[in-house]
Design a protein around this ligand. Sequence first.
Ligand code: GLN
Ligand code: ZN
Length: 745
Amino acid sequence: MSTSFGQSTVLGYPRIGANRELKKAVEAYWAGRIDAGELETTAAGLRAEVWQQLRNARLDSIPSNTFSYYDHVLDTAVAVGAIPARFARLGLSDLDTYFAMARGADTEPALELTKWFGTNYHYLVPEITPDTDFTPNPTKPLAEYGEAKALGITTRPVLVGPATFLLLAKGDDPFARLDDLLDTYARILTALAEAGVAWVQLDEPAYVMDRTPAEIDALRAAYTRLGELEHRPRIFVATYFGELGNALPALLETPVEALGIDLVAGPGNLQRLAAAGPLGGRTIVAGLVDGHNVWRTDLRAAITTGATVTALADHVAISSSCSLLHVPVDLSVETRLAPELFERLAFARQKVDEVVLLGTALRDGTAHVPVPLPSAPAGWHNSDVRARLAALSPADRQRGAYAERAAAQQARLNLPDLPTTTIGSFPQTAELRTARARLRAGTLDADGYQQRMRAEVEHVIRLQEQLGLDVLVHGEPERNDMVQYFGEQLDGFAATDHGWVQSYGSRCVRPPLLYGDVARKQPMTVEWSTYAQSLTSRPVKGMLTGPVTILAWSFVRTDQPLADTADQVALALRDECADLQAAGIKVIQVDEPALRETLPLRSQDQKAYLEWAVGSFRLATSGVADDTQVHTHLCYSEFGEVITAIDALDADVTSIEASRSKMEVLGDLAAIGYGRGVGPGVWDIHSPRVPSQDEVTEALRRAIAAVPVSRLWVNPDCGLKTRGYPEVEASLRHLVAAATSLRAN
Ligand code: GLN
Ligand code: ZN
C-alpha cells in the first residue's frame, strides 16, 4: 500500500450534484414520495460520480466522507455518538433520527443552525453535555471508503477534527470533554486502519481563529495522542480559512504525517512555516487554489508560492484552499456568460484542473502554465460611480437623533405596543416557481408574469390583514433570492444558470458574480412595494438587501478593497430608499443577515471590517427623512461579537434571530445600552414545527424581561419563503394572538 500523500488534492467537493439531484431526492424523501432505499441509491450515484470525476481529472489524492445528507458537522456528531437524548428517545431509524436533529420533529426543536466560519454554509451545532456518551460509529466513513474502493478508487476519509468539533459545539464547556472524545476518535481511526484506510483527513479550521494558549496546548496534546496510536491511518490535519498562528508550530510538534495550510486566505502561513524549523518527512498540503471564490487562480503566482513551500518541505502536495463545497460545480455548463467573464472564472470542476496542473508544474516545470489575464477589462469600469464615491462625506452616513426620529415615526405610523410584523418573504409556492421558470423559458410573457406576481402580492396582503398583523410586507414573490434579485438588476453583476451552492441542508443558492463597478440602472423594488401599499391602509415595508449581505452572498471581485465595492452597492440602495420614500413607503427594511458571517476570523482584522460594513449600511439608509422608519434584520449567528456594530447601524428597528438560542441576544443588546426597537424572533422558521400560542407567549415574556415593551416588536426569526402556507398561517395566528393577549395585560 502506498503511503505517500500524492501531489494534488482537494479538501472536499460539492455533494449536491450537477443538477441539485441531492436536494430533490432528500426533499422527496421528506415528503414521503420516495423511500430510504431510493434516497440511498441516488446518494450513492452522486458519490460515485464525484469520485470518478476526480480520478478522471487525475487528482491523485481523493477525499471521501465529504458527501452528506444534510451537514458534515452533523455527520461527525453521529460518528462520535453525540446524539442528544431528546432525539435518541424518539425511537426513529438512524436516518430519521439524523433528519430529526437537522430539522426538528414533533415537539423537539432541531439543533441550532449557524454559519460555518466566514461562509454562507450553515452547520448544525453539536450539543455536548457532561454526560454525552461518546461512542464510535464509523459506519458512514467506512461505507463510503468501501464504495469508492469497489470502483477502484482509493480515498481519504474526511472528518471534522476533535478539537474543532468541540470548539463548534454548544453546551456546558464542551471542550472539557476533549479527552473523552479522543478515546472515540482513537477507536474510529483504528477501525479505519483495519479497513485498510491509508490516510485520514481531520479538519481543524477552528484554529485559524484566535485561540487561547490552553486550546493550542490541547490541540498539540490531542494530535500527539492520536499520532501515538499503534494502529491508525496516516493523519492529515487540514486547516483553512486563514492563518494558524501559534497552532502551526504546535501541530508540527506532533507526529501527524501531513499538515494542510490555506495560502489564499492565510498568506502569512508561509512565513510561519518557514520559521517553524525542520519539517522532517512531513507532507505540507499547500492550499493555493481559492475554494471560497470563483476566480481563476493566478497560476504563475501560485507556482512561486508553491516553490517556496517546496524549498521548505520534502513532500508538498497542492490543494484547494478549503473544501470546494463553497463554489458551484461546473463552469462548462454556463453558456450565457460574457466571454471576458467566463474566461476569468473557475468552478469546482475547473479548480480541480488547476490543482492538478499546479501539482504537475511544480514537479515538471512551468512551460505549460498559461499567463494570467489582466484582472478587469476597461468595460467593467464606471467613472460616474467612482466620482460619486470619491465625493462622499461623513454626513452622508448620518441620520438625525433617534428620539426625534422615533417621535416622528410614531406620529405617522401610530402603531400599538408589541407591533407584529414578518421579515419579508411569504411562501415561495411551486406555482410561483413555475411562473418564474416559464418566464425564463419564454412560455409566459413579462405581463403575464407581472400579473401572476401581483395576484400573489394581493393574496399576501389580504392574508396579513386577516391575521391582524400591524406592519405588512408584500411577500417578495418576485424574488428568486434576496441577493440574486438585486444582482440581476444592477450593473457590475452577472448571474449564472446553474451555479448552485449548498447553503444549509437541501437549500441551495445561486450567488451572483460581482465582477465590475456597481450601478443602479432604474428603481428595483418601487413598483412592487407601491402596488402592495395601494391595497391596504396599513403600512407596507419596503424590502431591500443590505450591501454587506449582497457582497457576502455574491462571488466578489478581488481587485479592489471590499469596502469600496460595498459603498458602490450602498449608493445604489440609497437611491432606491429615496425612491421608495418618495413613492409613499413609510417603513423600509434593509436586511443584513450576513453581517456576522463575514466578520474576519481573527480579532485583529475585525475592527476595520465592522467599520466599513457599518459605514456602507449607513450610507445606504441615512438618506431618508426622520419619519421614515428604517428596519434591519439579522439572523442565524452568534451576535455577541458584533453587538456594538448592530447598534452602530442605527436602524430604528432591528429584527434578529433569537428563538433557537432562547433570546440570548437580548441580554447582549441590553448590556451595551441598545435603545431602539428590537424584534427578537419568536418562531424558528427553519423548522417545519408550528409554535403554539403558549410557546410564543413564553418567548415574549422572556423578551419583555430584557427589553421595555415600548421598544419590543413581535416577528418570526426570518423570512417565510421556505415554509408552506398552512404552517405559516397557523404560526402567524399564534404569534398575533400572543401579542394581542399580552397587550391586553
Ligand atoms: N427579507 C428576507 C426574507 O424574508 C430576509 C431573509 C434573510 O434574512 N435571510 O426572505
Ligand atoms: Zn433572516
